[in-house]
Design a binder for this molecule. Sequence first.
Ligand code: GTP
Ligand code: MG
Length: 416
Amino acid sequence: MAAVDVDVYDNEMMRTLTLGGHVGFDSLPDQLVSRSVSQGFCFNILCVGETGIGKSTLMNTLFNTVFESEESSHYQSGVYLRPKTYELQESNVHLKLTIVDTVGFGDQVNKEESFKPIMDYIDTQFANFLEEELKIKRLLCNYHDTRIHACLYFISPTGHSLKSLDLVTMKKLDSKVNIIPIIAKADSISKCELQKLKIKIMSELVSNGVQIYQFPTDDEAVTEINSSMNSHLPFAVVGSREEVKIGNKLVRARQYPWGVVQVENETHCDFVKLREMLLRVNMEDLREQTHTRHYELYRRCKLEEMGFKDPDSDTQTFSLQETYVAKRREFVSELQQMEEDMRQMFVNKVKETEAELKDRERELQERFEQLKRMHQEEKRTLEEKRRELEEEMNSFNRRKMTAETLQALSIPNKKP
Ligand code: GTP
Ligand code: MG
């Protein structure tokens, strides 16, 4: 009877009621904000770009501070990733910021494997999160989430378009991370060339099927700004540690003999656009996309690899126990098959060795017989030779005796 009641409720239309007065659950969003603020936030940026392209300078400029940074040499034998975590605070918001640097990127003669350490690093952060999620005692609210939320891909301003290293790396990473391509050191290229370069880069990304992060346009509050910013990609940025006095204001800029490039002047470069999009408008979306899109994909593939799968139909239920038993059975049968294969391999090897030994024995026997025959032949020849010699000796002795007898007979005849 109870089951029937549940069905009836399920099929009933939901009714909308009006409240007689203020109840108080309209404070839920505020509660959420307050909880999030007290917990603090994590944001992780991966900077991918050649040595000396301006990664550290841009990070310092973006967060208006000085992060630790060591200049990398151009002689690294491979690419490695260097994460550094900082606690930042703005108003009452605490941000645990991790900046991951790609050391040695683009410096090797053979750059074929350059994307691999980056891909592995991203996967390792996903694996750590999944491991925490699968624990019986999960501590996800205190967990330091190191998954990469944004990958700033630094493109060199020199050259006519993307290098193959850029295309390969972005293609390999696009299903794992939100890629925001930026043209670095944009002050070293003319306005007209920059425009051409931007168009070329975007068309190459499209023709190679590289999916870069698109600022979301589904939230009305940001639709306009985000769709206009999507058309400005890749942002052409300038970074600087210097401050220059313009009028009576100190601004971040790069000073040259012919003039000053102001970092925050939108007619000089897209730095403000990048900061607006990355930190002020879409930081939460970047975090969410990382969790719902990239991590979800990793998690699904990993769990399927581990043997978990969702039920095929609604009538089937998902059972962790059954999955475990099935996976164990599969593992045991794989192990047995491997054992059987190894046993078979061992038997074959023994048979092969036995056959080889028999061949060898037969060869030795034949050789022995041959030697024996040769030996007998030689012995027979020698025997014959001995006999011949004996005969020669006998005849010689006979001749000698005859000669001696004749000599003895002839001596008395000569005396008188
Ligand atoms: P590594 O960490 O050693 O790989 O270098 P990096 O990519 O962090 O570059 P870094 O920020 O150390 O800058 C390298 C050089 O480029 C420095 O001399 C900077 O002053 C200069 N630089 C940085 N940003 C810009 C820029 O926007 N324009 C120009 N023209 N030079 C820049
Ligand atoms: Mg650096």
